[in-house]
Design a binder for this molecule. Sequence first.
Ligand code: SAM
Length: 268
Amino acid sequence: MSDRPAKSHGRLSQSASLTPRELVSDRPRLATAWCAKVITLFPETFPGVLGASLTGKALQDGLWALETIDLRPFGTGKHRQVDDTPAGGGAGLVMKADVMGRALDMAVAGTPGRKDWPIVYLSPRGKPLQQADAGRFAAARGMTLVCGRFEGLDQRVIDHYRMEEVSIGDYVLTGGELAAQVLLDATVRLIPGVLGNAASTEEESFSDGLLEHPQYTKPAEWRGHAIPPVLLSGDHGAVATWRRAQAEALTQARRPDLWAKRADGDED
Ligand code: SAM
């Protein structure tokens, strides 16, 4: 059995023994860094895309921290079994509650309550991830994410830890690792300082219930297609009005659900 199931990325560096409820820091933790703990059978898939560009730089700079917890060493028996056949029969395998419970006990030790430290199980059955959820997660002190595999997780462990089930869309992935990286990307970019230009999160899609207006850059003409003249007019008021109208038209055409929500909000 490995005695190092947890691996950290970025400046926060931790290793963990399998002693229940014990996390051992081998370097001081940055006191204020937002931290994601990810329980996965495939820790080598992290940081993945999160290691690139602005999220990767922020990880290196210690603006956030990432700790992967390898589920395999918590498995049972010689082969460190983590799954078993479904109760009631049927195809596939189910992740065992006792195994995930041991990993979660270690992950949650020393973390605050759910509001400040949500525990999320990535699941196609979950509530669809929204921009507002990313904002809520970013405002917490950190979070624990559980990546499923096979047919998913024994329901008892989901209930016992009062996990939030979150889906990244109406399709089925092979495992929760990509979903966790999607959720973390959406969340981490909202942590102050991660994006250079804070205003850019205020104006982008979903931030005020609208899709974003179209974007253009130089050259002014490309293959016979011109940038809309108003954007080159220097008239900031006219630009803002044009962008607003475009955002509204796009939202109405492409996302009638979002548009209807805005209309409901206006009535309140
Ligand atoms: N049997 C499950 C079902 O039908 O709902 C699907 C299990 S899926 C093959 C394995 C794991 O991938 C899930 O436990 C979950 O962690 C992850 N996963 C798959 N699709 C996802 C989605 N749309 N959003 C979030 N996680 C997803």
